[in-house]
Write a protein that binds this ligand. Structure first.
Ligand code: AMP
Ligand code: TRP
Length: 333
């Protein structure tokens, strides 16, 4: 069976973009693949903005809770926290030694995140190698990620290939899977930029846990344009097009059908309908989230079982890599 691995950083409150762009995809993949999903807290501490330890801990639990609430099924898939397995950091060290300084220096995401900063951590520089370890430890075939992660997955593939070439076949070579373009959710206040936990203003970003009233308010004040027609045109009508995409994604309907139904009825009615559909889509997720929050023991148990299942795959892979590289097994001489 195809093995899928993906991870998300516990670095902010999840929003509609995370849900429609990543999680819906992750949940769907469970029907056809063996899926492993990870809260990558070791990646979150590489952020150039200093993190608060208590907040990180809370966000780690919250993110795992969110993944369960949208439908990551711990009976079929593995859900775990990256730092619960020492194998990730350890494997990253081995991979560091087959990765060149030059290929990390030119990673677009590193360049972007470090630009204009006086000091960045070695962890930020090394971020893609830890990500490669995440993926390679599980022999993942497919890695569902946003477009911005493409280079990281290519690098993981290059590192795995180089390792195999030098030391023998240890790692499977992964490929990135990108969700359809329709799953790109734009900021409600600036529909030409992605909805993002770091860049969007609170008005432009719909949180998975926002209450109905707040969601309605955010959609009512979404930026559109001065014409009144409702049609899909990313260049000329980015605001309306973004709303149509969100509408289609949360209802499972076609964009054309929705545009035809609402054209001529005014932006007010249209925005109200989109807001209502989003509220309906989020309702069961929020209900499940509240149940899980009431029973924190449940999330802890899921993560504990997830860590065990993950280790059963990762530990033998790490051992093979160590052995292939010539590290002396303990107890031998
Ligand atoms: P981030 O919250 O930026 O760490 O993103 C985690 C993942 O969520 C990304 O790799 C994407 O798959 C997805 N994602 C984040 N923002 C959006 C967005 N605005 N539209 C669609 N997908 C998104
Ligand atoms: N870098 C990814 C992101 O920001 C998160 C991540 C870490 C990841 N390890 C991974 C994604 C392994 C896929 C596979 O979105």
């Amino acid at each position: 069976m195809t093995r899928v691995f993906s991870g998300m950083q516990p670095s902010g409150e999840p929003h509609l973009g995370n849900l429609l762009g990543a999680w819906v995809n992750w949940v769907g993949m469970q029907d056809r693949a063996d899926c492993i999903y990870c809260v990558v807290d070791l990646h979150a501490i590489t952020s150039p903005n200093e993190h608060d330890p208590a907040t990180l801990r809370q966000r780690t639990v919250d993110l795992a809770t969110g993944m369960l609430a949208v439908g990551v099924d711990p009976e079929r898939s593995v859900l775990f926290v990256q730092s619960h397995l020492h194998e990730h950091a350890e494997c990253a060290w081995l991979l560091n030694c087959v990765t060149s300084f030059g290929e990390l220096r030119k990673q677009p995401q590193f360049k972007e995140k470090s630009e204009g900063r006086e000091s960045v951590s070695a962890g930020l520089f090394d971020y893609p190698v830890l990500q490669a370890a995440d993926i390679l430890l599980y022999h993942a075939d497919e890695v569902p990620v946003g477009e911005d992660q493409r280079h990281h997955i290519e690098l993981a593939r290059d590192i795995g290939q180089r390792f195999n070439h030098r030391f023998g076949d240890v790692f499977a070579l992964p490929k990135a899977i990108h969700p359809t373009a329709a799953a790109r959710v734009m900021d409600l206040q600036d529909p030409t930029t992605k909805m993002s936990k770091s860049q969007s203003s609170e008005k432009g970003i719909v949180r998975v846990l926002d209450e109905a009233k707040k969601i309605e308010k955010k959609f009512k004040s979404a930026v559109t344009d001065s014409a009144a027609d409702i049609r899909y045109d990313r260049d000329e009508k980015p605001g309306v097009s973004n709303l149509l995409e969100i509408f289609a994604a949360v209802t499972g309907r076609e964009i054309d059908g929705l545009a035809a139904e609402y054209d001529g009825r005014g932006y007010g009615a249209f925005k109200g309908a989109v807001a209502e559909a989003v509220v309906e889509r989020l309702r069961p997720v929020q209900e499940r989230y509240a149940e899980l929050t009431d029973d924190r023991g449940e999330v802890a148990r899921v993560l504990e079982r997830g860590a065990e299942k993950a280790r059963a795959i990762a530990a033998p892979t790490l051992a093979s890599a160590q052995e292939a590289m010539g590290l002396l097994p303990r107890g031998e001489a």
